[in-house]
Ligand binder design. Sequence first.
Ligand code: HMG
Ligand code: MG
Length: 303
Amino acid sequence: MKSFNLPKSVKIVEVGPRDGLQNERELVPVDVKIELVNRLSKAGFQNIEAAAFVSPKWTPQMASSEEVMARIQRRDGTVYSALTPNMQGYERAVQSNVSEVVIFSAATQAFAKKNINCTIEESIQRYIPVAQAAKRDGLRLRGSISCAFGCPYQGSVSSDEVVAVVKQMIDLGCDEIDIADTIGVGTAVQVQNVFESIFTFAQPSMFSGHFHDTYGQSLANIFAALQCGVSIFHSSVAGLGGCPYAKGATGNVATEDVLFLMDGLGIHTGINLEDVVSIGHFISNAIGIPNGSRAGRAILSKK
Ligand code: HMG
Ligand code: MG
């Protein structure tokens, strides 16, 4: 049997409450958001991206972030993370007792402009005080790099463009850096090329793969990333989501599908697949959308 050099365990960052719900057209009731986070907490996720302290004019769905953070039941051992695009967002996050703040830029100027209304360089300048404040306040600092494998405005993206932003995120003091396929166009060898370029100068343990499943490549890309030594993956229960500033991009890879893969590979996640299948069923029903997890639908159909 072919043996792959795979990690023994991985951390799954559940981004459904933020990346997943941010793209829903109808405002999702706050009680539903809170119930979703509470169920995910009970399932034992180490990190739940629960909120985004972005401009409510830009992403109205996230305007309830304060209320969500105030009313969820927090579990010891779970990190509750939130997007912070500037100091205003950072201060809101601190008020809400967030334990990890996420600064986010892009590998391409065009996407940075559309998503955060500034150039990559301006975003890094804007994040200097956020990073300093996070260090001062003892919060974890995560950086996210969108469009690392393709951009809806620029087209193809080179490894060098990703590496340039990774280096700046490292200089800012990020504890963890997300390499994101915002529009889900990356393929396995490209994923390996990007991670291998990064791992010539940085430790694999601080990088995550954030894959969207628009072209059905996310599980292949996760497997490719695992082989490079990546051991943190983002996913969204029921495959919720998309980015409002990347037209046509579908949700993140479904958490249930990632868990099915990890279970099959014998990689420890600390999360029970059946528990997440029922959460996927809950949230799809609650907001009236089809369940986007293949594994979730298969398991539910047998019940
Ligand atoms: P801007 O309009 O250039 O900001 O937006 P500004 O500084 O000029 O301020 C304009 C107004 O916004 C002011 O209010 C500010 O107070 C307010 P006014 O005086 O007009 O009444 N404002 C804020 N209000 C609340 N919280 C804040 C905040 N900041 C300013 N934090 C900005 C610049 C970055 C704020 C905006 O572009 C923004 O919020 N962008 C985020 C858009 C977004 O949510 N995108 C989706 C998330 S990223 C994503 O999904 C990708 C990811 O999943 C990885 C991947 O897959 O690629 C992470
Ligand atoms: Mg995303």
